[in-house]
Design a protein around this ligand. Structure first.
Ligand SMILES: Nc1nc2c(ncn2[C@@H]2O[C@H](COP(=O)(O)OP(=O)(O)O)[C@@H](O)[C@H]2O)c(=O)[nH]1
Ligand SMILES: Nc1ncnc2c1ncn2[C@@H]1O[C@H](COP(=O)(O)OP(=O)(O)O)[C@@H](O)[C@H]1O
Length: 188
């Protein structure tokens, strides 16, 4: 793997703003978005190859994945090829992962993986944002009941002192914090 570029790993609970931050890094800093694979069904408006590579339990088995997790009964995974696509073009990558994936990236890539953990002050905000995003009620209920959702509300002990923690209450403030993290990393 090429050593001179970074992958910004955006992690945190459902609704914490991971996709929003990833889109910002893509637009503002021309980062390469690593599209991951999932067996979950597309949400209204989600497009294959843009939001996710949508897979079946059979097709996901055939992929060569760097890591793979089960999250709320669906499978998700990311490939080395996805990472290298951006690095070959001289870009930094951005990827959205659950906290188990973020730990694996840290273990495999060390400081080349810049982990950003998103949270909010009031956890009720998360469900409200999922509703505003247009998620179906049944999907939200399933998320909120899943053990992975509850696990990802807190920074995992293994990422303490490693991850940059950003409280995404006010978007303007979040943007300033993300800008500061990017500047700190890319200027080294
Ligand atoms: N480890 C890992 N997690 C992933 C991958 N792709 C997506 N995720 C995570 O899977 C979880 C569920 O994603 P999604 O169904 O899009 O729901 P959302 O969190 O409500 O946007 C989120 O925490 C994503 O960050 C992957 O390739 N690997
Ligand atoms: N700081 C914020 N203030 C208000 N709404 C936000 C903020 N950040 C994200 N959102 C909105 O909350 C919803 C969930 O954000 P999203 O990025 O999809 O979360 P995640 O990918 O972590 O599930 C989206 O509709 C998004 O536009």
């Amino acid at each position: 793997m090429q050593k001179n570029n970074y992958v910004f790993v955006i992690t945190g609970a459902a609704g914490s703003g991971k996709t929003t931050v990833a889109n910002y890094l893509q637009e503002q800093y021309h980062m390469h978005r690593v599209i991951t694979h999932t067996t979950r069904l597309p949400r209204p408006g989600e497009r294959d190859g843009i939001d996710y590579h949508f897979e079946t339990p059979e097709t996901i088995k055939k992929l060569h994945l760097l890591e793979q997790v089960t999250y709320d009964q669906s499978q998700y995974g990311s490939s080395v090829e996805g990472l290298e696509e951006g690095w070959h073009n001289g870009q930094n990558d951005v990827i959205v992962l659950d906290t188990a994936g973020a730990i694996t990236y840290h273990q495999q890539l060390g400081s080349q993986a810049v982990i950003i953990f998103l949270t909010v002050t009031h956890m009720k905000t998360l469900a409200r944002r999922m509703t505003l995003r247009g998620d179906q009620n049944a999907a939200i209920r399933s998320r909120l009941k899943s053990k992975e959702y509850h696990r990802d509300l807190m920074l995992p002990p293994m990422l303490k002192g490693i991850a940059h923690v950003v409280v995404n209450d006010q978007w303007k403030e979040t943007k300033n914090q993300i800008d500061a993290i990017v500047k700190q990393i890319v200027s080294v």
